[in-house]
Design a protein around this ligand. Structure first.
Ligand SMILES: C[S@@+](CC[C@H](N)C(=O)[O-])C[C@H]1O[C@@H](n2cnc3c(N)ncnc32)[C@H](O)[C@@H]1O
Length: 299
């Protein structure tokens, strides 16, 4: 189901810096099935809207590319030949090192860049013309200062360039984080989703707020939709892989705490009816609806 949102008043996001998530690239690449499905399906669906030129030589930037598989498997095939440059950027050096090793070639590059706090002018020295298209999947929820992130995206685009991004704004995981934050032991690591995510995450006004940020940034055309999805992970190993690789707390705690944290996580998940523990762990299931924000904007 798609819902369209329109603006009314703007919410200002305050910032302070916290370490970002930094999972192991190979572990992440083993559990990003849902992200891959969503990116592939959305790129297919929205490709009629994205202004891909059919005579090639376009520059495309994929923000928060992680291990680079989505950039290569789903973004690259959309570009008409001969391509200009395809550049994957990520704040994580580990991710970029991994993506470079697997996928870098003549016109496909991977570089570190923090879309929130990075030096965009310095980055653009390598790509002085800027980018015809920007894509981003499952990344921009981590940008706490959305005003700054959007402005940076705008500045990276050529005139009339467009951007297409999608990320989860409502998800059981965000609910679970809020509940874990009520437990004193975990509260010191994360007092609320706002410590790590954009302030509108898990809020009803998310699409409305993103719409206002796009408008405020100066995009000529912008559209924001909420898309309802459902995901299922079966088998305890897969569930734990999913929970741990995208978790902002896990890298901060030791192994003993980690076991306790995961127990608490799954207990809350069971209370929220999104986790069902089976006698045979390979049959346990984590299943939840979630909502993705899907936005398209033209400079
Ligand atoms: C969940 S992964 C998504 C990776 C890939 N796009 C996918 O959909 O599988 C989120 C990625 O965003 C990156 N990220 C988080 N904050 C970022 C920022 N401010 N600038 C650039 N990348 C960022 C993380 O390092 C991580 O690799």
């Amino acid at each position: 189901m798609h819902t369209r949102y329109h603006s009314s008043k703007l919410k200002i996001v305050t910032t302070f810096h916290r370490p970002k998530l930094d999972p192991s690239p190979s572990s992440y690449a083993q559990v990003n099935r849902v992200q891959r499905q969503d990116a592939e399906q959305l790129l297919e669906e929205y490709s009629k809207i994205i202004r891909w030129r059919n005579n090639g030589k376009e520059n495309v930037l994929d923000i928060g590319c992680g291990p680079g598989d989505i950039t290569i498997d789903f973004v690259l095939p959309r570009m008409s030949r001969p391509i200009g440059k395809l550049v994957g950027v990520d704040v994580s050096e580990k991710m970029i090192k991994y993506a470079k090793r697997l996928y870098e070639c003549e016109d496909v590059h991977f570089q570190t860049l923090d879309i929130e706090n990075g030096d965009i002018d310095l980055f653009l020295k390598d790509y002085p013309e800027g980018f015809d298209h920007i894509t981003s999947f499952y990344c921009l929820q981590w940008v706490r200062d959305q005003k700054k992130g959007m402005k940076n995206i705008y500045n990276l685009l050529k005139p009339a360039g467009d951007c297409f991004f999608a990320y989860p704004v409502k998800h059981a995981v965000f609910e679970i984080y809020e509940e874990l934050a009520k437990i004193p032991r975990w509260n010191t690591f994360m007092a609320s989703n706002c410590d790590f995510f954009a302030s509108f995450i898990n809020q009803d006004n998310a699409a409305d707020t993103i719409y206002k940020f796009l408008k405020l940034t100066g995009f000529r055309y912008y559209n924001v939709e909420m898309v309802d999805k459902r995901m299922t992970y079966t088998g305890l190993d897969n569930i734990l892989g999913f929970i741990t690789t995208i978790n902002p707390i896990i890298p901060k705690i030791n192994n003993n705490e980690r076991t306790e944290y995961l127990k608490d996580f799954l207990k809350i998940a069971a209370e929220l009816n999104v986790y069902r523990e089976a006698r045979n762990p390979s049959e346990s299931e984590f299943a939840t609806p979630y909502q993705l924000v899907v936005a398209y904007a033209v400079k």
